[in-house]
Design a protein around this ligand. Structure first.
Ligand code: PHE
Length: 472
């Protein structure tokens, strides 16, 4: 028996849940590091411009498609274009992408939980030693963390959109904001912090070139959870009385503020540790930064605040990122769950159990691909090297496919569903949208340069990642 489609209780509930999805490892770690390497405030300005001019229109397109059709991404494409139309391909992509990203992200969330527990139990020193990370990911403990996490996320998802996701976001998002602000204020009071602030806030436009532009756009797109089917799905739970465009702008604003504050926290922390640091050499991978670099930074605070103080700081930071990751994780898993509910008419419990089981198998396959089992560790050769199962998911779904999904959404909404229907949906719950500047801009952007840019980013990433050809 299918259950009645739920709705977010309030606009605030929706904004918090969607911001919970958007705020993740991307904001808290990816953004600060990319900004550090790419001209500080110059990168920030570029990033903010992409959020406003490119990402907000795509957010609005995804959310309205979901609200109009009251479906998951696959159902949404089918509802508009018909069951056998080739557009279904877009729907399938927006279903498989989030599922695979969920697998990858679950591995990271498990590690964050492990690092939080490690810091709380006084292991910060060991955690910052060379080689700790490699041992940690191959130790048996990760499977226990995986079990606990799967259970918690399963319970939230089983409780539904209102009682699970919305409620979780209402608790975790404000706590996250408080922790982020408190940690930032604390870091700013430490010696040398101002060097970091200056480094961050004084723009260096000489660092901006085509590849930093590409980086800023990909970062913005990823950070707002675009191209993952999430906003189509969340859109389907927004009440018809609410303004979709207003909600999208709020979510973008919260997400960008969190990224900004994360920069204000991480960069000064790095400079406190080592005022002469050469940020060019920071690894570009968020993974190695969170798990190998940051523990060292946190440990170095012990000279100022003692080992206990440094451990408290590290615990608070890992908890912060863990919270951000959990709210992202539930949002992304809700996509295939809603597809099971809508398309196969499964109950919520059955959908959660089926998907949970499939996801857990793939997560385990990823977790043993760091040397434990050769088949998964040396899964596929491409881009001039042998890659693990985990690398493959990361490269295909995390790094490559999102702009393609965004490109398809833009074309679908403006040329298949049509602008007049998009307009109608956006005016529902928001009379003021009719004739507004936002309306004119969104319609123009979605049907012209936004899909063109996304296609370009997609093609250049494929050439780079899989064929080693650099276009930029
Ligand atoms: N916006 C998220 C981030 O910045 C991306 C994401 C969302 C990843 C949902 C996974 C699931 O990390």
């Amino acid at each position: 028996m299918a259950e009645k489609r739920e709705q977010f209780r309030s606009r605030l509930g929706f904004v918090l849940a969607a911001a919970g999805s958007a705020v993740g490892i991307g904001n808290l770690v990816g953004f600060p590091v990319n900004a550090a390497k790419s001209g500080g405030a110059a990168f920030l300005i570029l990033y903010a411009a992409f959020v406003v001019f490119i990402c907000i229109p795509v957010m609005i397109a995804e959310m309205s498609l979901g609200r109009k059709t009251q479906r998951n991404p696959l159902g949404a494409y089918k509802a508009v274009a018909g069951d056998s139309s080739a557009w279904r391909f877009g729907g399938w992509l927006s279903l498989i992408t989030p599922f695979m990203i969920a697998v990858f992200y679950q591995v990271l969330t498990v590690w964050l939980l492990g690092y939080f527990i490690g810091a709380v139990s006084g292991n910060l020193e060991a955690m910052s030693a060379e080689g700790y990370f490699g041992e940690f990911i191959n130790a048996n403990g990760v499977f226990i963390y995986l079990g606990v996490l799967t259970l918690v996320i399963g319970i939230v998802l089983k409780s539904g959109v209102q009682n699970g996701i919305e409620r979780l976001a209402k608790v975790l998002m404000p706590s996250l904001a408080i922790m982020l602000i408190a940690l930032t204020i604390f870091v700013l009071t430490l010696p040398n912090a101002l060097i970091g602030v200056k480094y961050y806030l004084v723009p260096d436009f000489s660092k901006i070139n085509l590849s930093t532009i590409n980086l800023a756009l990909s970062q913005a797109f990823f950070s707002l959870s675009l191209g993952m089917g999430i906003l189509i799905t969340y859109g389907s739970y927004i009440s018809k009385r609410e303004s979709v465009a207003g909600g999208a702008k709020m979510v973008a604003l919260v997400d960008t503020c969190v990224a900004f504050f994360a920069g204000l926290l991480i960069l000064p922390a790095i400079f406190v540790f080592n005022p002469a640091i050469d940020t060019e050499n920071l690894s570009s991978s968020s993974v190695s930064l969170v798990f190998t670099f940051l523990p060292k930074i946190f440990l170095s605070l012990q000279g100022l605040i003692g080992y206990v103080g440094a451990s408290i700081f590290a615990s608070a930071f890992f908890l912060l990122v863990f919270f951000a990751a959990i709210t992202s994780q539930v949002s992304i898993l809700q996509v295939p769950i809603s597809a099971f509910q809508d398309e196969l008419k499964y109950t919520r419990l059955k959908s959660v159990l089926m998907l949970g089981a499939c996801a857990a198998l793939l997560v385990i396959a990823s977790m043993v691909s760091f040397g434990r089992i050769e088949f998964f560790s040396e899964f596929l050769a491409y881009g001039g090297k042998v890659n693990s199962f985990f690398d493959l998911i990361y490269d295909v779904f995390y790094e490559t496919i999102l702009p393609l999904n965004g490109f398809i959404v833009c074309l679908f909404v403006t040329y298949r569903w049509r602008k007049s229907n998009l307009d109608k949906e956006l005016i529902t719950g928001d009379e003021g949208y009719d004739g507004s500047f936002t309306q004119r801009y969104v319609n123009f952007a979605l049907s012209t340069f936004v899909p063109a840019i996304l296609l370009f980013v997609f093609v250049s990433t494929v050439l780079m990642k899989f064929f080693g050809i650099s276009v930029l």
